[in-house]
Write a protein that binds this ligand. Structure first.
Ligand SMILES: Nc1ncnc2c1ncn2[C@@H]1O[C@H](COP(=O)(O)OP(=O)(O)OP(=O)(O)O)[C@@H](O)[C@H]1O
Ligand SMILES: [Mg+2]
Length: 313
């Protein structure tokens, strides 16, 4: 993963008068100096959520975009870790045969005896058989590996094939506050299962020119699932990722998302930085790998924004 053009890290540059908010590179300020987000909306001060004394019922959030490499897995891991830091009990469900979310929290996919594949395909396997703790307190994972690639075909012959993941996750609802499902880059049956299980969808969107092209198709799929399978499904937010404050281009992409989707566009924007791929190599969330880096601050802010919007506990 190369860094932004120019070779330096946009998120570790010294703060200037124009760029002082953690995680919001290049944010602007209004005349009275109130902070604004990238599209000029006033930036709310998202409060640190009070700790929870009890847990559950969980809100299930699917991380979804059929375009590859937009930050779905990075967001699943780092949002999950940030919510866990705020005392939320978080379950990550790796629902991509690439197994990147599992690797990213330190689970080696080749050594798995049981994975999410067994959970959805084998009636004798229960959730408790496949859940694993991670090195992060409050953060558990249901891992995946390449076995899951067979499920897409095998599920076709199953009864209620779109609802298999929803049924499998039911026992976890009482124990967790948030369940984040990392989808693969496709709109196939696995992703439809994730959307059927979910209460909300979070759409990571890379800040580049063609990013918006696929979003209409994604929204159409979400609407179909809502109509036919899961009437309560909501879009929790669109999250710009890999934002580069030095290019007008990044800002234009976010502006166009705002024009098309209004306040579904989150205030939080994730800047481009090599610290994310670095943290993946270390198999740690950025909040643990580089806790005071702006990338960690950005995902903490995302966690607080989602709590403030009522999209997670
Ligand atoms: N904000 C960021 N800045 C720089 N690199 C990033 C950022 N977010 C993610 N990356 C890197 O970009 C690559 C793709 O990210 P990620 O794996 O999260 O995307 P994805 O949408 O899950 O991909 P896929 O569709 O293949 O599952 C990874 O190498 C990741 O480390
Ligand atoms: Mg991924």
């Amino acid at each position: 993963m190369s860094d932004a053009p120019g070779g330096s890290d946009t998120m570790t540059q010294p703060a200037t008068a124009e760029s002082t908010l953690p995680g919001i590179p290049g944010h602007q300020t209004t005349e009275d100096d109130a902070p604004t987000d990238v599209v000029g909306r006033p930036m709310p001060d998202f409060a640190v959520p009070p700790p929870r004394t009890t847990h559950g019922p969980a809100r299930i959030v699917a991380m979804c975009n059929q375009k590859g490499g937009v930050g779905k897995t990075t967001t699943t891991i780092n949002l999950g870790a940030a919510l866990a830091e705020y005392g939320r009990r978080v379950l990550l469900v790796d629902f991509d045969p690439q197994g990147a979310a599992s690797v990213g929290v330190g689970v080696s996919p080749h050594e798995l005896e049981l994975s999410v594949y067994n959970l959805i395909m084998d009636r004798d396997v229960e959730l408790s058989d496949v859940v694993r703790p991670t090195a992060i307190e409050n953060l558990d994972v249901v891992p995946a590996n390449i076995d899951l690639s067979a499920a897409e075909v095998q599920l076709v012959g199953e009864v209620a094939r779109e609802s298999i993941l929803a049924r499998a996750l039911r026992p976890a609802l009482a124990d967790y506050d948030v369940i984040l499902v990392d989808c693969q880059p496709s709109l196939g049956l696995l992703t439809v299962n994730a959307l059927t299980a979910a209460h909300g969808v979070l759409i990571p969107l890379e800040c580049e020119f063609f990013a918006l092209r696929g979003v209409a198709l994604l929204v159409e799929t979400i609407d179909k699932v809502k109509d036919r399978l899961n009437p309560d499904l909501e879009v929790d937010g669109i999250l710009p990722t890999m934002f580069d404050s030095r290019t007008l281009h990044s800002r234009e992409v976010v502006q166009r998302v705002h024009e098309a989707f209004g306040d579904t566009l989150l205030h939080t924007v994730i800047g481009r930085t090599v610290k994310f791929p670095d943290a993946s190599v270390a198999a740690e969330p950025i909040t643990a790998y580089a806790p005071s880096h702006r990338g960690a601050a950005a995902y903490r802010q995302l966690a607080r924004e989602l709590v403030a919007r009522g999209r997670t506990a």
